[in-house]
Design a protein around this ligand. Structure first.
Ligand code: DGL
Length: 276
């Protein structure tokens, strides 16, 4: 049986933090990584326009790659359009990344939890509903960052950190109240785990930086129905068996190319019609 790939989608490089965890649990599965870099950053988009873009783009990707599972490895996209994507493509299997508010509220001792995300994700009804459903007993501090997704791209692509800018973006996460301090910060943008080491270095006190990627990967494993036998020869998977990365801009820069290679992905040119 030919194995259909798992498609991992983000606006940029952030979805790689989810892809690397999926690799841990499904090491033999072919992966297709799609960066809608022509639309980056999603945090700045008008909701209706972004929803339309995601639905159109996904239609094309489903036709071209017939993935078994599509992982929307982008909180900004998933909190907006996961339900719309499922409604538009009922035969496709979507797994989303949404803010890990439930596990954070379960684990927090101080009951002061911050959610660090794009400004769009903190505005979403979806995020507000997660708080109302799972975190009523905690004080949830929503921190919308304008700059961090870009700063994460700079960190990964150019190895360049602007400590002062990063410190200013994470500062509102740290709350002291009635003798208690924030003890968990939810990384609710898939770009941010790339900066986890920098966050730890710049934090005014130690907190748990909660990255949901391992949990998302376990969920992908649980919904994956195609049995993978390590003995199965690669040829059995049909043509195009190598993991690839596609950029909607069609013009990834040298740093983006290098990064994809480091993640074992060959940069492929998308077919005509993938919107830019
Ligand atoms: N990686 C995306 C997320 O998880 C957002 C980055 C952006 O496009 O602003 O929200």
């Amino acid at each position: 049986m030919a194995r259909r790939p798992i498609l991992v989608f983000d606006s940029g490089i952030g979805g790689l933090t989810v892809l690397r965890e999926i690799r841990q649990v499904l090491p033999d599965r072919r992966l297709v990584y799609v960066a809608d870099d022509a639309g980056f950053p999603y945090g700045d988009w008008d909701e209706d326009r972004l929803r339309d873009r995601l639905i159109a783009l996904m239609g094309r990707l489903l036709r071209d790659h017939a993935p078994e599972i599509v992982v929307i490895a982008c909180n900004t996209a998933a909190t907006l359009a996961l339900a719309d994507l499922r409604a538009a493509y009922p035969n496709a299997c979507f797994v989303g990344t949404v803010p890990a508010i439930k596990p954070a509220a379960e684990r927090s001792r101080s009951r002061l939890v911050s959610v660090l995300a794009t400004p769009a994700t903190v505005r979403r009804d979806y995020t507000r509903q997660l708080i109302a459903t799972f975190a009523a007993h905690c004080e949830i501090n929503l921190v919308g960052s304008r700059q961090l997704a870009r700063l994460a791209e700079a960190h990964v692509q150019n190895n360049a950190d602007d400590d002062a800018a990063i410190r200013a973006e994470i500062a509102p996460c740290f709350v002291e109240k009635a003798g208690q301090r924030t003890d968990i910060v939810v990384l609710a943008c898939t770009h941010y785990p790339f900066l986890a080491g920098v966050f730890e270095r710049l934090a005014p006190w130690p907190v748990q930086w909660l990255d949901p990627a391992p949990a998302i990967a376990r969920h992908v494993l649980s919904v994956s129905t195609v049995a993978v036998s390590p003995a199965e020869p690669a040829a059995a998977t049909g043509e195009g068996t190598d993991p690839v990365a596609l950029f909607t801009s069609r013009r990834p820069n040298p740093a983006q190319r290098r990064l994809m290679e480091q993640f074992g992905l060959r940069v492929a040119v998308p077919g005509p019609g993938l919107i830019a």
